[in-house]
Design a protein around this ligand. Structure first.
Ligand SMILES: C[S@@+](CC[C@H](N)C(=O)[O-])C[C@H]1O[C@@H](n2cnc3c(N)ncnc32)[C@H](O)[C@@H]1O
Length: 204
């Protein structure tokens, strides 16, 4: 999926902002955020989720593998004169772990694009301070109609399988809530609802 070419118009879709705001609300409801905390968003795109959370953190690092997304994000950071956000080009499938450690890692609609979920969960665990929080929002299991036939990523996630994978990576107190529903036109005709979960888990 080419995110570079979609970056400039990404924020034009009000659903994406509403989705990010719904996830941010649930993160605030589930985790006690304090002004000393630092956060990493992984697969940030144009930063919609972090923009919805930015007043709660001392500093946020926004990481993505798409140069196009990061260019739009950097424009938003500059035009808003935002002092507590830094953009970072990062693909944890191939790049070494950054040196910094974070109090919280959040991610929205990125996990299903990454082949090796176990490896990513282990990397995110290593990037957290102890104690630290992981907040992952993504699609529940779906029949493939969300992206259509040419997509080779995950068709959403089964919550119990993902709970086990997060537990195997070391996370504890793993819980799920349904935070949003994406209504989307599908190739077979008409529209379909795709629920989005938020997993919150703790690194002890
Ligand atoms: C569906 S978009 C979601 C963007 C943003 N989180 C949002 O909700 O608006 C998925 C994002 O994950 C990024 N991504 C995909 N694979 C990645 C990887 N291996 N490492 C880092 N980012 C990745 C894409 O570039 C894209 O920005």
């Amino acid at each position: 999926m080419n995110f570079d070419s979609r970056a400039k118009t990404w924020d034009d879709d009000p659903m994406k902002t509403a989705r990010a705001e719904a996830v941010a609300r649930e993160i605030r409801a589930q985790v006690t955020l304090t002004p000393q905390m630092s956060a990493l968003e992984y697969g940030c795109g144009t930063g919609l989720l972090s923009f919805a959370l930015r007043e709660q953190f001392k500093h946020l690092t926004l990481a993505d593998s798409s140069s196009g997304m990061l260019a739009v994000l950097e424009g938003k950071i500059a035009s808003g004169a935002i002092a507590n956000m830094t953009a970072l080009k990062l693909d944890l499938a191939s790049d070494p772990l950054p040196r910094e450690r974070f109090d919280l890692i959040h991610s929205l609609m990125t996990l299903h694009h990454i082949d090796d979920t176990d490896a990513l969960l282990h990397a995110l665990y290593a990037l957290l301070k102890s104690p630290g929080y992981l907040c992952l929002a993504d699609l529940d299991s779906e029949d493939g109609s969300f992206h259509g036939a040419d997509f080779h990523g995950h068709r959403g996630f089964d919550r119990e399988t993902l709970r086990r994978q997060a537990s195997d990576a070391g996370f504890r107190n793993i819980r799920f809530t349904t935070v949003f529903t994406i209504r989307k036109a599908v190739a077979s005709g008409g529209e379909k609802d795709f629920p989005v979960f938020l997993l919150v888990a703790e690194k002890p």
